[in-house]
Design a protein around this ligand. Structure first.
Ligand SMILES: *Cc1c(COP(=O)(O)O)cnc(C)c1O
Length: 464
């Protein structure tokens, strides 16, 4: 066996630190503490190299919607590898898994979204969207429509194009991004930025920043607005109910494309197949990845409207594509994943049973002294930690200090929960049971208690 099974944790960590450059990781801290080594998983439970079990409150990175260890997906990959392990879809070529998956996605996607351009993940799909939208407008005789409007604290991926589309300040400080012609408006984060406004007033105000930005730039310059129906990596920011209808109105009133980045919200996360359905959004382009294959194989794409597809198709050759666009093994795995999601009515269960159950439990977290707001959309949720609920204050210690302490206590309690600054976030596998939800909540509360004790002991409960 060339894979390092049954190797002691310390040896794995030393080798890892010696040779593996990690994404989104502080290198020196990693070398000092050693990486957490995950070796196996089943259902919603991870096992690490010391045999410790963790309830995965994040479904990996928001992707393992169907849960771990589904043999049918392994069988689908095996069968496809034996039949046709690889072929491309360039130069007028295709293969049955690509055809079947494109048809299935056209059937599932709302409205007239019925053509798919495949990628290997969400970042490269958003890069596709940049080129596709600009090319679309050029073909329509409006080559000056090149600007994308996005939002501060949006996450659209990590490639040069996708990280530019994203609004993550820390990412923009590294590597010479954003690229030109990306503009940003404010995010609908009422807790942190809503001040004295009601959430509904604030939602309208933030949506109207889009109209102001379009007017400032000139409609003839704007290609598209891109947004996540619910911001994920930004901290599971659930927008006020007033937000999306106003955004949709503005997009309808102006000749721009609306791109819904559904990489997290797609495939059941919000209780419908797509977040666009939950939030009443009618996008022209939808970015998909993550839950499409439940993370079992890398695949993503852009689902585009018939009109966009028509213009691109009639416009000659689109000089764009990835070697692994519509990879047959990934496509076969995705098809099997979608088949199981339908057959086992997993999304209906989220919408009608486990989602509302989690929502009721999640709301009770605000009874904890540390928890300001608790918000949820389907199976993605967050709480804001605060030293003072009434004023919605941040901690004087700086964003992320309390969150990191809490994250580490969660691990000790056997729960993977991420922190974004001082928001604690979850997005568990959609197959999580009521009993497992109870366990998740109990472990989160235990971690909040320990966090509060630590913050008090260290004098960190001071508001900013
Ligand atoms: C994860 C994510 C991406 C990037 O997807 P990758 O597969 O990591 O490239 C893009 N958009 C959103 C909303 C995401 O959450």
């Amino acid at each position: 066996m060339t894979i390092l099974h049954n190797t002691p944790t310390a040896d794995l960590q030393a080798l890892d630190a010696a040779h593996h450059l990690h994404p989104f990781t502080h290198g020196a801290e990693l070398a000092q503490k050693g990486a957490r080594v995950i070796t196996r998983a089943k259902g919603v439970t991870l096992t690490d190299s010391d045999g410790k079990e963790l309830l995965d409150g994040m479904a990996g990175l928001w992707c393992c919607n169907i849960g771990y260890g589904r043999e049918e997906l392994a069988e689908a990959a095996r069968a496809q590898m034996l039949e046709l392990p690889y072929y491309n879809t360039f130069f007028q070529t295709t293969h049955p898994p690509a055809i079947a998956l494109a048809r299935k996605l056209a059937e599932l996607a709302p409205g007239d979204l019925d053509h798919v351009f495949f990628s290997t993940g969400g970042s490269d799909a958003n890069d596709t969207n940049i080129r596709l939208a600009r090319h679309y407008w050029a073909l329509k005789g409006k080559p000056e429509k090149t600007v994308f409007i996005s939002r501060h604290n949006a996450y659209h991926g990590s490639t040069v194009g996708a990280a530019s589309l994203g609004g993550m300040a820390a990412m923009h400080e590294q590597g010479g991004i954003p690229i030109p012609d990306i503009e940003y408006i404010g995010q609908p984060n009422w807790w942190a930025e809503g001040g004295e406004m009601s959430p509904e007033e604030f939602g309208l105000m933030r949506a109207r920043e889009l109209e102001a930005k379009i007017e400032e730039l000139g409609e003839d310059r704007v290609a598209a607005f891109i947004a996540e129906p619910v911001q994920g990596a930004g901290g599971v920011i659930v927008p006020p109910a007033s937000y999306w209808p106003e955004i949709q109105r503005i997009c309808d009133a102006h000749e721009i494309l609306l791109i819904a980045d559904e990489v997290i919200t797609g495939f059941g996360r919000t209780g419908n197949w797509f977040g666009s359905e939950t939030w009443g959004i009618r996008p022209d382009i939808m970015t998909i990845a993550k839950g499409l294959s439940s993370g079992y194989a890398p695949i993503g794409g852009s689902i585009v409207s018939r009109e966009v597809a028509d213009v691109i198709s009639k416009g000659g050759e689109f000089y764009h594509g990835y070697t692994y666009s519509a990879h047959p093994v990934s496509a076969a795995v995705a098809l099997e994943n979608l088949r199981i999601m339908e057959e086992e009515r997993i999304i209906e269960r989220v919408r009608e049973d486990t989602g509302p159950y989690l929502a009721r439990k999640w709301a009770t977290l605000t009874e904890h002294p540390l928890v300001g707001e608790a918000v949820i959309s389907g199976m993605m949720a967050s709480v804001a930690l605060t030293p003072d609920k009434a004023s919605r204050a941040a901690f004087r210690a700086g964003a992320g200090t309390a969150g990191l302490i809490c994250r580490d206590f969660c691990f000790e309690e056997g729960l993977v929960m991420r922190h974004v600054g001082d928001r604690m976030i979850i997005a568990p596998p959609l197959v999580i049971s009521r009993e497992e939800i109870d366990t998740l909540i109990a472990r989160a509360l235990a971690a909040f208690d320990r966090t509060q004790a630590r913050l008090e002991a260290e004098g960190l409960m001071e508001p900013a």
